[in-house]
Ligand binder design. Structure first.
Ligand code: NDP
Length: 322
């Protein structure tokens, strides 16, 4: 079997058209969406992510700003930067870039977010709503995983919901940002869900679970963690990992996933590539969530409502769920 490639770039391009139309519509109503990021320190992945997000936001016509702080910034400074952005009415959504410097607690910074501007659903209230299957925002990477799966599963007129309900979904990696929300979204779709992390690997249990997966989502940050022998023939495999590795022959740096792509692709029914899989959809989904936050601000702004602007109450679930 040679797997079908699930193409994230074309999926992202279609999504981008929708987001662009939404940005135009909101801008015409005087509510141009604005994204702001907080970058503390000079981690290469965080800076690269910031550049991609900025380029996309600007190309879509959103407002964009970034507060950059030095790597020795105190936690209070990062918290104050987040608070300042959340208080700014021109900012619809705030993204805190990871990793934060070691002296800064992620939890403290996330608590400083206004839940209505927390487009990655990292504030405890939003993370809780997601776990309770009542999401206000669906974080961009987990949302992208299911957007790609839904697109692949529905392409021949199949009902993705029906596929999920009779599938075993195995998620490798359970970070608060990626693995755990993927588990919540899979449970919300009625799948039978298994969550594995480094302890499963140490206990020698990983292969037992991954070879039973109908749908496998891997987000561990370990290059080539799983090979063809670790998956079931016919699996649908989503590789979230983005790892920079040095090519020993050329010395060049290239990006690889958590799956050994070639050997897994020989057994899988479908697989996402790295790069060009989950990544491009993630950036676009972040802007989609920024648009959703701008709509939320319109719907909840008492001054605008008193002036009769804009129209009706909006259904938050319909607006922002994946
Ligand atoms: P984290 O480091 O925060 O979490 C990694 C998770 O994987 C942890 O739960 C960890 O377990 C688990 N893990 C580590 N080693 C193993 C192992 N050998 N076997 C099983 N589980 C293991 O990373 P993130 O969740 O933030 O990111 C994961 C990957 O996804 C990275 O490569 C990252 O670059 C990529 N990424 C890609 C995005 C995209 O858009 N495509 C967006 C965000 C991230 P434990 O908790 O026990 O240590």
């Amino acid at each position: 079997m040679t797997a079908e490639l699930i193409d994230g770039r074309s999926c992202a391009a279609r999504l981008r058209e929708q987001v662009q139309a939404d940005v135009r519509e909101l801008t015409a109503r005087g509510a141009r969406p604005g994204l702001a990021t907080v970058l503390a320190g000079d981690s290469y992945p965080a800076r690269a992510y910031e550049r991609r997000v900025r380029d996309l936001a600007e190309s879509l016509g959103c407002r964009y700003s970034c507060v950059a702080l030095p790597g020795d910034a105190a936690e209070a400074d990062v918290v104050a930067a987040v608070g300042g952005l959340c208080a700014d009415p021109r900012v619809s959504g705030v993204l805190v870039l990871r990793p934060l410097p070691p002296q800064v607690s992620e939890a403290a910074v996330y608590r400083a977010l206004d839940p209505l501007k927390d487009i990655e659903a990292v504030h405890p209230v939003n993370a809780g709503l997601l776990a309770l299957e009542r999401p206000r925002f669906v974080p961009s990477t987990p949302a992208s995983v299911f957007h790609l799966l839904d697109t692949y599963l529905s392409r021949d007129g199949r009902d993705p919901g029906e596929v999920y309900r009779r599938s075993r979904v195995v998620v490798v990696g359970r970070s608060a940002n990626v693995g755990k929300p993927v588990v919540s979204l899979a449970m919300a779709r009625g799948a039978t869900v298994v969550s594995c992390d480094v302890h499963s690997a140490r206990a020698g249990l990983l292969r037992e679970h991954t070879t039973a997966a109908d749908i496998l989502v891997v987000a561990a940050g370990v290059p080539g963690l799983l090979r063809g022998v670790d998956v079931k023939p016919g699996v649908i495999a989503v590789d979230v990992g983005i790892n920079a590795v040095h090519d020993e022959m050329t010395g060049a740096v290239r990006l690889v996933g958590d799956l050994d792509h070639d050997s897994v692709a020989r057994r899988a029914a479908a697989i996402t590539p790295v790069p060009g899989g989950v990544g491009p959809v993630t950036y676009t989904w972040l802007l989609r969530n920024t648009v959703a936050a701008a709509r939320l601000a319109l719907a909840t702004d008492p001054v605008r409502r008193a002036k009769g602007l804009p129209g009706p109450e909006l259904d938050v679930r319909e607006l922002v769920s994946a």
